[in-house]
Design a protein around this ligand. Structure first.
Ligand SMILES: Cc1cc2nc3c(=O)[nH]c(=O)nc-3n(C[C@H](O)[C@H](O)[C@H](O)COP(=O)(O)OP(=O)(O)OC[C@H]3O[C@@H](n4cnc5c(N)ncnc54)[C@H](O)[C@@H]3O)c2cc1C
Length: 438
């Protein structure tokens, strides 16, 4: 209930903001005598542009905005909303041209006017954003380069769209109508400044130092960080932070990682990172003493948000990291509730934290079921994938009394979710953390 009030508030505010410029069109003085399709097109333009502007605030990681839903849901919303907005903005000139084909010249940079040229630049920037986001992996675009281009193209798109609106001069003909557009520009610039200037400036005074780099099984490395002259960071078990290593906190290179340590310790946090790509493969070589910055905590994948009489954790590979935070926190809190962990990985030698899990079994009411894809010859346990049959075999009868936390490769998560739903588990008891935000 506590989370519902801010959740509903932000949705209501979002609707009010995106509908504001369209409402503005309907308020006097309304220009008379303009054709219906021209007006409809302008309305679509305003609607699309406001949605694009809202994206800047949406992705600025304001905790009060992201907390009720979880940042992965916000980013998913951002993606879908942006696609709708871009489609709407493509229809804006199309309708004008279809209504009167002589306006086709407006789409020619040499044939139109400055208002139409600005609109064209804005639209091309938006289409470039859509193409590079949808096809980033196919285009083999490096994530950091993509992110920088995403930001720059976004700024170009809204700046030129705003220029288009003022040059076209429709519906900006009095003070308060102009105030709406100025307010929107201020919110966008403010969101970028907050995320890229104010936050890093704060992080510069709240840095962390790497005090240990520990090898785990499965090409995974645990980075231990301690605060430099500040009390540390309060987080909930299962949350994550964006990590920046060395260099300046103003760098654009930052990666999200779940805390793998106990949330009871603010003064010593751990991230366990599997070497899978450019950045993660460098973790093993990070020298002790390296300075780091953290942007967090973020995320809604937390046992504390969903009190239950017991928990079921289903992890695949490095998806075990937030579960480690759950279990270390429960152990520190002497939490007596039962936990069943289904943990899938390729082979026994690469199962990260299996010794640590054995230690946790002495402190918690914890049952661990390992599921190996390539088990050793003498393996007595489960093998293959986490299937509906395997779930049925191990899950307790009183399913409804538990909350399910799933983290692992996307196909595994989807399969487990489908199987649980088929078994009658209600959606609100299933919680998933996706390691692919982009
Ligand atoms: C909420 C969350 C929690 C995570 N927790 C962990 C964890 O505990 N342990 C762990 O090993 N991994 C975790 N990850 C995954 C980790 O962030 C990526 O594996 C890592 O950023 C990849 O970087 P790379 O340069 O090594 O890989 P690359 O080969 O460059 O990228 C591989 C893919 O990772 C994603 N990625 C790359 N860079 C970033 C970035 N800066 N921000 C977001 N995504 C990026 C992109 O989809 C990219 O295609 C988590 C991810 C998320 C979203």
């Amino acid at each position: 209930m506590n989370r519902m009030i801010p959740g509903v508030f932000w949705i209501a505010l979002f609707l009010a903001v995106v509908l504001l410029p369209v409402t503005e069109m309907l308020v006097s003085p309304v220009p008379s005598g303009r054709p219906f399709w021209l007006e409809a097109s302008v309305g679509l333009g305003f609607f699309g542009l406001t949605q694009i502007a809202v994206q800047f605030v949406l992705i600025a990681r304001f905790k009060s905005v992201t907390a009720p839903y979880g940042i992965d849901v916000i980013l998913q919303f951002h993606r879908q909303l942006a696609i709708i907005a871009i489609a709407v903005l493509v229809f804006h000139p199309l309708i004008i041209v279809i209504d009167n084909p002589s306006r086709l010249k407006l789409l020619n940079p040499l044939g139109g006017n400055w208002a139409s040229r600005c609109a064209l630049v804005s639209l091309l920037a938006l289409l470039a954003i859509a193409a590079t986001s949808i096809y980033r992996e196919r285009l083999r675009l490096n994530y950091e380069h993509w992110r920088l281009s995403h930001l720059l193209l976004g700024v170009v798109a809204v700046v030129f769209a705003q220029l288009h609106v003022s040059l076209a001069g429709l519906y900006t003909n009095n003070g308060w109508k102009q105030a709406i557009w100025v307010g929107m520009a201020v919110a966008m610039v403010g969101a970028v400044l907050y995320l890229r200037v104010l936050k890093p400036a704060w992080q510069r005074g709240n840095r962390w130092r790497v005090t240990e780099v520990r090898a785990e099984r499965g090409d995974t490395w645990t980075l231990v960080l301690e605060p430099v002259e500040h009390p540390g960071l309060a987080f909930l078990p299962g949350q994550f932070a964006w990590l920046k290593l060395a260099g300046s906190p103003f760098t654009l290179e930052e990666h999200p990682f779940s805390f793998s340590s106990s949330a009871q310790r603010q003064d010593r946090v751990e991230f366990s990172i599997k070497a899978l790509g450019d950045f993660t493969s460098t973790i093993k070589d990070v020298p002790v003493g390296t300075l780091a910055s953290l942007d967090g905590p973020h995320g809604a994948f937390c046992i504390d948000r969903y009190p239950a009489v017991g928990y079921l954790f289903i992890a695949g590979g490095v998806g075990i990291t937030p579960m480690m935070s759950f279990m270390h926190t429960m152990a520190d809190r002497r939490d007596p509730r039962p936990v069943l962990l289904l943990y899938a990985d390729r082979d026994w030698g690469g199962v990260a934290f299996r010794e640590e899990l054995a230690g946790l079994q002495d402190q918690l009411d914890l049952q661990v079921v390992y599921v190996l894809q390539e088990p050793p010859g003498d393996w007595q346990g489960e093998q293959g994938m986490i299937t509906p049959e395997l779930l049925r075999k191990h899950l307790p009868k009183e399913l409804i009394l538990r909350n399910f936390f799933i983290c692992g490769p996307p196909p595994m998560m989807e399969a487990v979710q489908t199987a649980l739903l088929e078994m009658g588990v209600r959606q609100e008891f299933i919680h998933m953390e996706r390691f692919n935000l982009a």
